[in-house]
Design a protein around this ligand. Structure first.
Ligand code: ATP
Ligand code: MG
Length: 468
């Protein structure tokens, strides 16, 4: 990117179309359609956040987010495929066949001043007042529904590199926070005072770690000091949100790097205190090394474009820990299946108050671990119903990954795979059928930019976040 920039009154820097490398060909066509329609109706329309960051870095964005000065109701009137969502902050979701695009109204920074209507911010008509921002005694944001200006909207984002906007009106990039300089220098820096920003929303600490690892960036010194100081308050975040964020981290393709950062900063010990203690200790004179191996394995698979289900992921990472608990119950006289049940229940009991693993994921995790012994029984009772088991593929995968290098185990797996192929050839994972990989979107460490293709709807929206 060339250096030439223009400075605006708001303190923003504008990078003109010919001076940045972002092409509209690389954007989701639906997001472009939305931006053009907003513009044609007289509204501001920007692409913001991670997609602008990724486009500038030559990475393929995961999703495209739009911000505008149109209110959610105005967006709804403009788009027939619009659904309004969100309790804390009203958002418009525009539904397309293979994509959902989130359209948010500019939000304000201000918690104390009277809230601004997006149109008032740009000198137009009056509108009904939304509820004000609400913080708890520790400064954590509980409700936040105040419309603002584009500059305010950028200021309330988490990191400078996540606050860049692409303006459809003149195809320029607007930088309100110094994000471009940080992007070029490879720095993750909070916008504003890092202690305050982490107090407001502790999940930002996990996001800092994920972006640093994924982009190969360093966490700026003050941001890092604040993060280490605030690591313990991560447990104040909603457990369901921490689970989602941990899944993003563990399935990012850079889980090992993230783990190193989580360890160094104290976040890992805060999130998984019992497991973390166990990991540091030894069992019968042996250190616990499987977790580290599994992180590397998972990273390799994800980088090769494979998917890993959450239960299989948890089994790979926590299986050794759960096995040890199960062995403890077994020594007390419980049968194996009951021992695994009790071990998984204990694991869920200690993990879920902080990181909420959904019940159905916990059940599948238990099945993966407890059904390993079923694989030894060939054919055993009713093999066809075992093959039809919902978690059969994960049970096989877990065995292959953890014990598949042993000759007798490999033979057993071959037998089950052959049986399963006869029974349900289509449902088998391609690897088990020795076929080539199923076509799916590949994620590499540094993905090459390609014109935007189709993708599935996003499961999570920012309306579900505790804060913006
Ligand atoms: P990803 O590649 O994971 O999608 P992203 O930066 O796009 O990264 P999103 O969760 O999609 O992350 O969020 C979109 C944008 O919303 C972010 O870039 C950031 O500007 C803003 N944002 C998200 N979460 C927060 C948060 N907790 N606090 C402040 N701003 C946030
Ligand atoms: Mg995103």
């Amino acid at each position: 990117m060339k250096k030439s920039k223009s400075h605006e009154k708001s303190g923003s820097v504008i990078i003109a179309r010919q001076e940045h490398g972002i092409s509209r060909k690389l954007m989701s066509p639906n997001s472009l359609r939305i931006l053009y329609r907003l513009k044609d109706n007289g509204y501001i329309g920007y692409l913001v956040g991670g997609c602008v960051r990724d486009l500038l870095l030559g990475r393929e964005p995961k999703d495209f987010d739009v911000v505008t000065n149109a209110t959610p109701n105005e967006v709804k009137r403009m788009f027939r495929n619009c659904r309004l969502i969100g309790r804390r902050f009203r958002l418009a979701h525009l539904h397309y066949q293979d994509e959902i695009i989130e359209v948010a109204t500019f939000r304000s920074l201000a918690s104390e001043e009277p809230e601004t209507d997006p149109k008032e911010a740009h000198g137009a008509e009056h509108r009904q007042r939304p509820p004000r921002m609400l913080k708890d005694d520790d400064g954590m944001i509980l409700r936040d529904n105040v419309y603002g200006t584009p500059a305010e909207d950028a200021q309330r984002r988490d990191f400078t590199v996540n606050s860049l906007s692409y303006n459809i009106a003149d195809f320029s990039i607007i930088d309100y926070t110094g994000g471009l300089a940080d992007l070029n220098a490879g720095i993750i820096r909070t916008i504003g005072v890092p202690d305050v920003r982490f107090q407001e929303d502790p999940v930002r600490m996990l996001r800092a770690v994920r972006f640093a690892a994924l982009l190969g960036f360093t966490i700026e010194e003050n941001t890092r000091t604040a993060l280490v100081g605030a690591a313990d308050i991560i447990v104040r975040s909603a457990p369901a949100r921490l689970y989602e964020e941990m899944l993003k981290i563990l399935l990012s393709g850079e889980a090992a790097k993230c783990y190193d950062l989580l360890r160094q900063t104290g976040l890992f010990a805060a999130l998984f205190p019992n497991f973390s203690n166990w990991l540091d200790a030894e069992s019968e004179g042996f250190p616990h090394t499987r977790f580290g191996h599994m992180l590397n394995y998972v990273d390799d698979r994800i980088q090769q474009g494979y998917k890993i289900s959450p239960p299989l992921l948890l089994a790979l990472l926590f299986g050794e820990y759960i096995d040890e608990k199960a062995e403890h119950f077994r020594r007390q006289g419980a049968p194996w299946l009951q021992s695994v049940d009790a071990a998984v229940a204990e694991f869920m009991g200690e993990t879920c108050p902080i990181v909420m693993i959904m019940n159905r994921v916990g059940i599948a995790l238990r099945n993966i671990i407890s059904q390993q012994t079923r694989l030894n029984k060939i054919p055993g009772r009713r093999p066809e119903s075992f093959i039809a088991h919902h978690d059969f593929n994960d049970i096989i995968e877990y065995c292959r990954i953890t014990r598949g290098d042993k000759k007798d185990v490999a033979k057993q797996l071959d037998w089950w795979v052959a049986q399963a192929q006869q029974q349900t050839p289509v449902s088998l994972p391609c690897e088990l059928t020795n076929e080539t990989k199923a076509p799916q979107r590949k994620r590499k460490r540094r993905r090459r930019l390609k014109p935007h293709g189709s993708k599935g709807p996003r499961p999570n929206s920012s309306a579900d976040r505790d804060t913006p």
